[in-house]
Design a binder for this molecule. Structure first.
Ligand SMILES: Nc1ncnc2c1ncn2[C@@H]1O[C@H](COP(=O)(O)OP(=O)(O)OP(=O)(O)O)[C@@H](O)[C@H]1O
Length: 311
């Protein structure tokens, strides 16, 4: 099956800042894809390029078979998109904005939008400027999904939503993917992403440092806690293909996030001179995220470099 989104060496340079540095991605249809990154990592810039609001400095991309740099209107008609700060016409009522947006789509849009407003308990005659932050978020989201797009792109979709609506919303994203549609969302909310996404990419300083199926990433990363007899003792080297992503030490205790470490390696580690105890747990997505975005991950030459991590 054709990927619904592809990017090829996308770069974006602003004055004095390289927001994207050679981003390569392929996103399969029918997935919930989550783009994780710290503040300023380049998430919004990537989304703005994919939705045709920003021309990249170099590189190429396709969204649903369309090049957003050449046909931004075509992409935007085909997808649903909610930005991190949705611009809604404040002077319109909810009913008017529904009617206005419906004019770009087929008649089913209006019915679906009205149903969502009823479900969210938002009065149709209320002016947009008088809605609460959460109500605005619900209107923006409903406008983006009422035409039932094959691809939904959401920049920080749950900010402003209360926990109950947030939960329902995230569950509805899983349902969308189950029916073959694709959801691309950017988020800081790692625990939420963990619940809904099946594919994860971590963007760090404009580069994709990790991408893969969440289930595979969970299986591949281990947190090792190693106690040694002497704080000055060097840790035993793990054999290939294991790779230490990050390491923290406090006295004679060490915490490492390791990729591709198996039970034989851990058993050998326990037998190594000076090693008193080793415990291992599957790393959480948050631990993987912190390890992959830590300064050592990028800068220390003996751990694997971002380019090597890319799958
Ligand atoms: N129009 C612009 N002009 C100059 N620099 C910009 C512009 N847009 C973004 N940047 C810079 O590009 C970098 C990436 O910004 P971007 O908004 O894409 O990050 P982000 O990952 O979405 O961050 P956040 O999570 O804080 O929203 C930042 O350093 C930002 O200052």
């Amino acid at each position: 099956m054709e990927p619904i989104i592809t990017t090829d060496s996308l770069t974006m340079k602003f004055r004095g800042c390289e927001a994207l540095r050679g981003v390569d991605l392929q996103i399969e249809p029918g997935t919930v894809f989550a783009l994780l990154g710290e503040n300023g990592a380049g998430k919004t810039t990537l989304i703005r390029i994919l939705t045709g609001f920003q021309q990249p400095t170099s590189g190429a991309c396709r969204v649903g078979g369309i090049d957003p740099t050449k046909d931004p209107g075509g992409v935007r008609r085909q997808i649903g998109y909610v930005s991190d700060s949705p611009a809604l016409y404040d002077w319109m009522t909810v009913d008017q904005i529904g009617g206005f947006t419906a004019s770009f789509y087929d008649p089913s849009f209006r019915t679906a939008f009205n149903e969502m407003m009823t479900r969210f308990d938002i009065p149709m005659n209320q002016k947009i400027r008088n809605l609460s932050k959460g109500q605005r978020a619900k209107v923006a989201l409903s406008l983006a999904i009422a035409h039932d797009p094959e691809l939904l792109i959401l920049d920080e979709p749950t900010s402003g939503l209360d926990p109950k609506v947030r939960r329902n919303f995230l569950e509805s994203m899983i349902d969308r993917a189950a029916s073959g549609r694709t959801v691309f969302l950017s988020s800081h909310q790692i625990s939420e992403v963990e619940r809904v996404a099946d594919t994860i990419a971590i963007l760090h300083e404009g580069k994709i440092v990790l991408v893969g199926a969440l289930s595979e990433l969970r299986a591949a990363f281990t947190r090792l806690t190693i106690d040694v007899d002497d704080p000055l003792r060097a840790l035993p080297v793990l054999p290939e293909p294991a790779r230490v992503i990050s390491e923290e030490s406090a006295g004679s205790g060490h915490q490492c996030i390791v990729r591709d470490c198996n039970s034989d390696m851990i058993a050998n580690l326990r037998q190594s001179p000076g090693v008193i105890d080793v415990s291992s747990h599957a790393a959480t997505l948050e631990e993987i995220f912190v390890a992959c975005t830590s300064s050592e991950f990028v800068e220390t030459p003996h751990v694997f470099q971002p380019d090597e991590v890319r799958q």
